[in-house]
Design a protein around this ligand. Structure first.
Ligand code: UFG
Length: 336
C-alpha cells in the first residue's frame, strides 16, 4: 500500500516524505510544482529511493486525480498542496479560495470515490486568528484575519462535514511556525521571491542576499517588545504526520484538530540571536514599524498531540537554526 502526499515536493511535504520513507511507507507524490521544482524531487529521490513515485499534476484536474487513485494502491493521504502567502492572498482572494478550497474538495471527492478513508490535513495556527490567551488549545476560538487563513478555516469545516457524512477520518494538524531543514542540508525551504517569513529572510541575509533583517516592531507587550512565535523543527513536524497516520490506522475517528508546536515561544530578537550563533556571525537587523495584521504572541498547548498521537518534538531552536543554516549555506540560491 502507499501514502499519497499532495504537495510532496514542497517544504513541509518533502520533509514528511523523508519521514515516511524512514518508517518504510511507499509514497506517491502529487505536486504541480507551482512552489517547488524538479530539483527538489531529485534531491528527495537521493535521500529516499529512486523508486519514489512523483506525478506532476494539479489537484484541480479531477481526471488526473482519479487516475492517481486508479493507478496506485493508496490507502492514506496527507494533503499539503496549497497556496500559502498571506499578503498574496489579500491581493488575490479568488485565486486563493479557488485553489485551496477547490483542491481540498476535489481530493476528498476522489478519496470517497476510491474508498480511501484516512487523511491528514495541513492546517495552521492561523485558524486561531488573534488569540485572546496563550498557549492556544484546540478548543480556543477560531477564525481568520486574511483569505489564506480563511481557506484553512474553511477547509477544516469542509473536511469535518465530509467526515460526518462519509467514511472519512481526518487529523487536522495545526502547525505553528515550521523552520529548519533535513540534517543532510540537501532539502529545505526555498521561498518564491523575497521571503515573508522571519527565518528564511534571516538566512538570506546571512548568505548576503539582503543587507539586514527588518524587525517588525519592538513595542509589543512581550518581554523584549518583539513578536513571539512557537517555532518547530520541520523534521519534528514531519514526524507528527507519521504519528497522525498511525493514529488513524489505529482507529482514531472523526475530524480531530491537533496543534503541532513545541509549547515554547521565542521572540524575533531571540531568533535573530540564535541564528547568529548558528551562522557564526551576528545578523544585521534594524527595528521598523509593525507589520499590519501581526499578532503579539502565540504558542501552542501541546498536550493533545502527546495524548492522541503520542508525539513530542525533540529538537530545539538552536538545532532548527543550525539545520536551516546548513541547507541555506550549501544552497544559497535554494534549488535554483
Ligand atoms: N518578522 C520580522 N521580520 C521579518 C519577518 C517576520 O520581524 O522579516 C516577525 C513577525 O513580525 C513575527 C515573527 O517574525 O513577529 C514571525 O513572522 P513570520 O512571518 O515568520 O510568521 P507568522 O507567525 O507571521 O506567520 C505564520 C505563517 C503563516 C500563518 C501565520 C499565522 O507563516 O502562514 O503564521 O499563524 F498564516
Amino acid at each position: 500500500m502507499a501514502t499519497l502526499v499532495t504537495g510532496g515536493a514542497g517544504y513541509i511535504g518533502s520533509h514528511t516524505v523523508v519521514a515516511l520513507h524512514e518508517v518504510g511507507r511507499d509514497v506517491v507524490i502529487v505536486d504541480n510544482l507551482s512552489n517547488s521544482s524538479p530539483k527538489a524531487v531529485a534531491a528527495l529521490r537521493r535521500l529516499t529511493t529512486d523508486d519514489l513515485v512523483f506525478v506532476e499534476a494539479d489537484l484541480l484536474d479531477a481526471e488526473s486525480l482519479r487516475r492517481v487513485f486508479a493507478d496506485h494502491p493508496i490507502d492514506e493521504v496527507i494533503h499539503f498542496a496549497a497556496f500559502k502567502a498571506v499578503g498574496e492572498s489579500v491581493e488575490q482572494p479568488i485565486r486563493y479560495y479557488g485553489n485551496n478550497l477547490g483542491s481540498t474538495i476535489g481530493l476528498v471527492e476522489a478519496m470517497v470515490d476510491a474508498g480511501v478513508s484516512r487523511l491528514v490535513f495541513s492546517s495552521s495556527c492561523t485558524v486561531y486568528g488573534q488569540p485572546d490567551e496563550v498557549p492556544v488549545t484546540e478548543a480556543s476560538p477560531t477564525g481568520a484575519t486574511n483569505p489564506y487563513g480563511w481557506t484553512k478555516y474553511m477547509s477544516e469545516q469542509i473536511l469535518a462535514d465530509v467526515a460526518a457524512a462519509h467514511p472519512l477520518d481526518v487529523v487536522l494538524l495545526r502547525y505553528f511556525n515550521p523552520v529548519g531543514a533535513h540534517p543532510s542540508g540537501t532539502i529545505g525551504e526555498d521561498p518564491n521571491g523575497i521571503p515573508n517569513n522571519l527565518v528564511p529572510f534571516v538566512m538570506q541575509v546571512a548568505v548576503g542576499r539582503h543587507d539586514k533583517v527588518r524587525v517588525f516592531g519592538d513595542d509589543y507587550p512581550t518581554p523584549d517588545g518583539t513578536g513571539i512565535r512557537d517555532y518547530i523543527h520541520v523534521m519534528d513536524l514531519a514526524e507528527a504526520h507519521v504519528a497522525a497516520l498511525d493514529a488513524l490506522a489505529g482507529g482514531l475517528r472523526g475530524a480531530v484538530p491537533i496543534n503541532v508546536g513545541t509549547g515554547v515561544g521565542s521572540s524575533v530578537l531571540e531568533v535573530i540571536a540564535a541564528a547568529g550563533a548558528a551562522v557564526g556571525t551576528a545578523i544585521p537587523h534594524e527595528v521598523v514599524d509593525r507589520r499590519p495584521g501581526d499578532i503579539a504572541k502565540t504558542w501552542a498547548a501541546t498536550d493533545k498531540a502527546a495524548e492522541i498521537l503520542g508525539w513530542r518534538p525533540s529538537r530545539d531552536l538552536d538545532e532548527m537554526l543550525r539545520d536551516h543554516w546548513r541547507w541555506q549555506s550549501r544552497n544559497p540560491d535554494g534549488f535554483a
